[in-house]
Design a protein around this ligand. Structure first.
Ligand SMILES: *Cc1c(COP(=O)(O)O)cnc(C)c1O
Length: 489
């Protein structure tokens, strides 16, 4: 029994021992993850019956807690890092990032201002510059020492989109009021229109809901891309009706099919109409560090803000969503609040960044440590190799699908996502997915493309190799065989 009066629970000596044990547990977990079913077999509410209804009054034993990880937690875990996980888009993971996250927890600072922990702010600014250069972003997005642009780490792409929309809204109000000083903010809000692809992520529509502005869904072409002429047409129509187009969110690498909006066409339209262009490249953006994929980002020079998730495809564990703005005053100026307890004497110098102005919450973690560790351990070459390997695995899966005449590919395979289906009805494909999900050998999710039910096969885990792809395809064709044997399938 521990001595409660002096608060002894775990001292440094025990932390050292338990820490080593935990590292072993984590390494064992990841090394042997293939042996666990990728998708849990539990019913909603499974967990409540496995643990007490109240928190313990007396301190418990660490060994009991660890035992309960396997008893209570693991049965309900979807193993995102299993090589049999092909759902959604990847969640990045690497050992250097996990170690950096440990250090982040140890420093445990809340980096809302420069003074709250200077290293936390300064490393972030420099990492976003490093990364911006790896992506060959135009100079205007790089903070450097004199730039007007710069980058920030948001928690998620959803927050980056929301921030850009709110900054654009603020800018639009100021712009309208410059010529109509009597117009109220509420009156202007009711006329503002934002646009995004019908294929955009749901978080984009949600940003407009939160921001209290209208949002129009722009139809896409047969490659699931938004083209310039159609946006132009919608903008003209809205202007003629007395509305104020102010924001367009482009997607590079849409969630359903990894489609790419034509930003070289859309950018000049947005610039000409005084509309903020934000680019959401949450998944695909990481690939732009490879010269062969960088042309997909051409047109970024027209954007006001650009975002991608290293926590999806660049080996940095969640959460880490990098966002750059061309003019940081646009974003800082939109939400500035300066209570006395957050003021510090250096902030007037103009050299310091107070990241709290760039985001919704006040508090923020030391997330740039993860980027620093990963960038240095892998180097640009190692990161490029990771992207290329996963794209090659997707191409391998694509050729397996193409070689089977019962199946069709539903969207061009550009990066690590393959959209495919059985030739035939939506019901048939729904049945196939149900069989796949039920068997729990691999895990994937569907999408809807032009009214058709489509299966998405995304290369996700860092540990995925060719043999897993071959095995997954064999499994899918075996289930297909069984499905097509059924009478009146
Ligand atoms: C995954 C994804 C998002 C959401 O990312 P979060 O970081 O979870 O908010 C947004 N947009 C696209 C295109 C995505 O693929």
């Amino acid at each position: 029994m521990t001595d409660l009066m002096c608060g002894y629970i775990m001292d440094a000596a025990e932390f050292r021992r338990r820490g080593r044990e935990m590292v072993d547990y984590v390494a064992d977990y990841l090394e042997n993850i293939e042996q666990r079913p990728v998708y849990p077999d539990v019913e909603p509410g499974y967990l409540r019956s496995l643990i007490p209804t109240e928190a313990p009054m007396e301190p418990e034993n660490y060994d009991d807690i660890i035992r309960d990880v396997e008893r209570v937690i693991m049965p309900g875990v979807t193993h995102w890092h299993s090589p049999y996980f092909y759902a959604y888009y990847p969640a990045a993971s690497s050992y250097p990032a996990m170690l950096a996250d440990m250090l982040c927890g140890a420093i445990g600072c809340i980096g809302f201002s420069w003074a709250a922990s200077p290293a936390c702010t300064e490393l972030e600014t420099v990492m976003l510059d490093w990364f911006g250069k790896m992506l060959q972003l135009p100079e205007c997005f790089i903070a450097g020492t004199h730039g007007h642009g710069g980058g920030v780490i948001q928690g998620t792409a959803s927050e980056a989109t929301l921030m850009s929309l709110l900054a654009a809204r603020c800018k639009a109000v100021r712009w309208v009021q410059a010529s109509n000083p009597k117009k109220s903010e509420a009156e202007i809000f009711s006329k503002l229109v934002a646009y995004t692809s019908e294929q955009a992520h749901s978080s984009v529509e949600r940003a407009a809901l939160i921001g209290g502005v209208m949002m129009r869904k722009v139809p896409t072409d047969n490659c699931f891309a938004v083209r310039g002429d159609i946006l132009k047409e919608m903008v003209e129509k809205d202007k003629a009706a007395g509305l104020i187009p102010f924001y367009f969110c482009a997607t590079l690498g849409t969630t359903p099919s990894c489609g790419f909006d034509s930003i070289t066409e859309l950018g000049p339209i947005c610039n000409g109409e005084n509309m903020w262009m934000h680019i959401d490249a949450a998944y695909a953006g990481s690939a732009f560090i490879c010269p062969e994929f960088r042309p997909l980002l051409n047109g970024v020079e027209f954007a006001d803000s650009f975002n991608l998730n290293p926590h999806k495809w660049l080996l940095v564990n969640f959460d880490c969503s990098t966002m750059w703005v061309k003019n940081r005053a646009d974003i800082i100026g939109a939400f500035k609040m300066e209570p006395l307890y957050l003021k510090h004497e250096n902030q007037e110098s103009g050299l310091v960044t107070d990241y709290r102005h760039w985001q919704i919450p006040l508090g923020r973690r030391f997330r740039s440590l993860k980027m620093w560790f990963v960038f240095r351990m892998y180097g640009l070459k190692g990161l490029q190799a990771h992207i290329r390997k996963q794209v090659a695995l997707a191409k391998e899966f694509e050729s397996l699908v193409r070689a089977d005449k019962r199946f069709e590919i539903c969207a061009e395979v550009i990066l690590g996502l393959v959209c495919f289906r059985l030739k035939g009805s939506n019901e048939l494909n729904q049945k196939l997915l149900k069989m796949i999900t039920k068997s729990r050998e691999i895990h994937l999710v569907p999408c809807q493309l032009s009214g058709r039910f489509v299966l998405r096969f995304a290369i996700c885990a860092r540990a995925t190799e060719s043999r897993h792809i071959q095995q997954a395809w064999q499994h899918i064709t075996q289930l297909t065989f069984e499905l097509l044997q059924e009478p009146n399938h």
